[in-house]
Design a protein around this ligand. Structure first.
Ligand code: PMP
Length: 447
């Protein structure tokens, strides 16, 4: 009963991504809506891949990009400084926690994470700690597709094929209290999961551990997992105690959509290095940044330089877009709107658990929200492996004119969660429309 959302016959494409599946041709996009060439309208309920945080085609950003385009679109970073990159670096540092003042631009999330790993290693070398190289991460997690970022990604189907090409890195469980039957509000729960990090550092030998990387609020891999009470602070303390650098992957949760500019701002925790991307360029430009404390960057620069960089880094057009995105977020109060509309959307999603018993959990903060489908809410057993909710519910929503984002929650084929993350410009009327369309899709899906 899954409606075909395939476009009308079009010539074989030379383009390829993950699969042979074709998608409708995008005609135009404005704010939270997108239209295909046949005029069908979609509400962008996932901001693409949690990217288009300020909505599509914002006139202020387009004007800023046009103005920059008339001046210059490229200046190689080893030849020129550019005004947009200098201004965006200053603006970014001002939005970061105290002490996070050095900014390194990249073109996306994987590059931001890769840069963080290499800065961490060069810092260890610069301070004479050559034995530190292991980066502990969590399972499940997603930190990027390049071989370095993939080595610290905790999701076997994506990593296993490339295992011989990567350095194996230690993983600890993500704090999924909802699956382990623990109370996320109880500080003992946060302490329980953080203790797993300390045990792993000790088992590995602290003198070999370089860093721990964590998404402050989980994105696609865990489905908007909010850490249990006390977890983030305990992790910070453990890293400090063992001389392990703390890297926050804010690629998805950073940029304001959780109701604070950074995910970690909810707890006031300051890491050593931050990777940020998606909402930073907000779909207007391939843009990301690694931000670090001066005490980390200083020894690396003084000790011979940072052996890392990308040709397009700090591109003036991308940086002009980034500056305009940040000014729209500020001028329109979008972080506050994400908190307010997010709370409303979350309560409306929770209300769907009544008519749809196969919704096992609703979670997230602000407009980084997700629900997880299960066979049994009591045991949280996943949907049968043969069911393809991962694709089917997305297609049903698509047919209704609603875009949602799906991931398999647990390693292997079982388990499905769906991110509901409209742009931060969403209104109460958009929440109504999302719930109405999602309800229709869930009715048609009902396992
Ligand atoms: N880290 C996280 C938390 C992400 O969600 C993503 C992208 N989904 C990445 C890193 C990689 O970013 P990109 O796809 O822009 O390379």
């Amino acid at each position: 009963n899954i409606p075909p959302n395939l476009p009308n016959a079009r010539p074989e494409s030379h383009l390829f991504y993950q699969t042979r599946q074709r998608r409708p041709l995008l005609a135009e996009a404005r704010d939270v809506y997108m239209w295909n060439v046949e005029g069908k309208r979609y509400l962008d309920g996932s901001s693409g891949a949690m990217v288009s945080n300020i909505g599509h085609s914002h006139p202020h950003v387009l004007a800023a990009m046009r103005a920059q385009m008339e001046k210059s679109t490229f200046g190689y970073r080893l030849h020129f400084e550019t005004d947009p990159s200098e201004r965006l670096a200053a603006k970014t540092a001002a939005l970061m926690p105290e002490g996070m003042e050095k900014v390194f631009f990249v073109s996306g999330g994987s590059e931001a994470v890769e840069s963080a790993l290499k800065l961490a290693r060069q810092y260890a070398l610069a301070i004479g700690q050559d034995s530190r190289w292991k980066v502990i991460s969590r399972r499940p997690s997603y930190h990027g597709c390049t071989l370095g970022a993939l080595a610290i990604t905790g999701y076997a189907p994506l990593t296993d094929p490339f295992a011989p090409m990567m350095q194996a890195m230690p993983k600890i469980p993500a704090p999924r209290a909802y699956l382990d039957g623990l109370d996320p509000e109880d500080p003992a729960t946060g302490a329980h999961y953080a203790a797993m990090l300390e045990a792993e550092i000790i088992a590995q030998g602290p003198e070999t551990v370089l860093a721990f990387i964590v998404e402050p609020i989980g994105g696609a891999s865990t489905g908007a997992l909010v850490p249990p009470e006390g977890y983030m602070q305990a992790v910070r303390d453990i890293c400090t105690r063992h001389g392990v650098l703390l890297i926050h992957d804010e690629v998805m949760c950073g940029g304001g959509r959780t109701g604070r500019f950074l995910g970690a701002d909810h707890w006031g925790v300051v890491p050593d290095i931050i990777a940020i991307s998606k909402g930073f360029g907000a779909g207007y430009a391939p843009l990301g940044a690694m931000v670090a404390q001066d005490r980390i960057v200083g020894p690396v620069l003084d000790g011979g330089g940072f052996l890392h960089g990308y040709t397009y880094a700090g591109n003036p057009l991308a940086c002009a877009a980034g500056l305009a995105v940040l000014s729209v977020i500020e001028a329109e109060g979008l972080v506050g709107n994400a908190a307010r509309i997010g709370a409303l959307l979350k309560s409306r999603l929770e209300a769907l658990m009544e008519p749809f018993p196969f919704i096992g959990d609703v979670r997230g903060k602000g407009l980084l929200l997700a629900f997880e489908l299960v066979a049994d809410r009591q045991t949280m057993a996943p949907l049968p492996a043969a069911m393809n909710a991962y694709v089917d519910l997305v297609e049903l929503a698509y047919a209704e004119g609603l875009i949602i984002y799906s991931r398999r929650t647990r390693d292997g084929r079982e388990g499905d969660h769906f991110l509901i993350c409209p742009p931060m410009t969403a209104t109460e009327a958009h929440v109504d429309e999302i719930i109405e369309k999602l309800t229709a899709a869930l009715k048609a899906f009902a396992p």
